[in-house]
Design a protein around this ligand. Structure first.
Ligand code: 5GP
Ligand code: ZN
Length: 129
């Protein structure tokens, strides 16, 4: 799709370099990273919703996620990761090509990291209080 930035990256028509690639998937750094090494894994073929990505492509994307994790561990030595997918506008999706966020986390990068992705709805996140 010509007007999809992630299709352009997957096709090599962009200044964004690929971090890793596989048969059906590519990975690249997020342009506006929330932490050092924040990467995205996508299927080469355009689908908006990860649940519409074919099982074979999905398996391939999750395998590439492992590869990218190894690479990020070597390059940035993070202490943990958040893995996330925003599906549809209500969940905060802003780029209409399904993608898996792999967000390296570093001890002390926020004051209290407990809850992780629960913070998508901040007032519900701290269930332990
Ligand atoms: P979403 O909100 O759809 O889950 O995430 C979209 C992600 O894509 C955001 O984290 C944003 O920083 C990233 N992003 C948006 N446009 C570009 C781009 O042109 N290149 C790259 N590498 N990342 C992008
Ligand atoms: Zn696309």
């Amino acid at each position: 799709m010509d007007d999809c930035p992630f299709c352009q990256i997957a096709a090599g028509n962009s200044d964004t370099e690929l971090v890793a690639e596989s048969a059906h998937s590519v990975a690249f750094y997020d342009r506006y990273p929330v932490s050092e090494g924040h990467a995205l894994v996508i299927a080469r073929r355009h689908e908006a919703d990860l649940f519409d990505v074919d099982p074979e492509e999905r398996t391939d994307a999750w395998a590439l996620l492992d590869t990218v994790r190894e690479l990020l561990l070597e390059r940035f030595n993070p202490d943990g990761f958040n893995i996330g997918v925003n599906t549809n506008e209500a969940a905060g999706q802003t780029v209409d090509h399904a993608h898996i966020h792999l967000i390296p986390r570093y001890l002390g990068d926020v004051e209290d990291p407990r809850g992780g992705i629960r913070w998508v709805i901040p007032e519900k996140a701290p269930y332990w209080d």
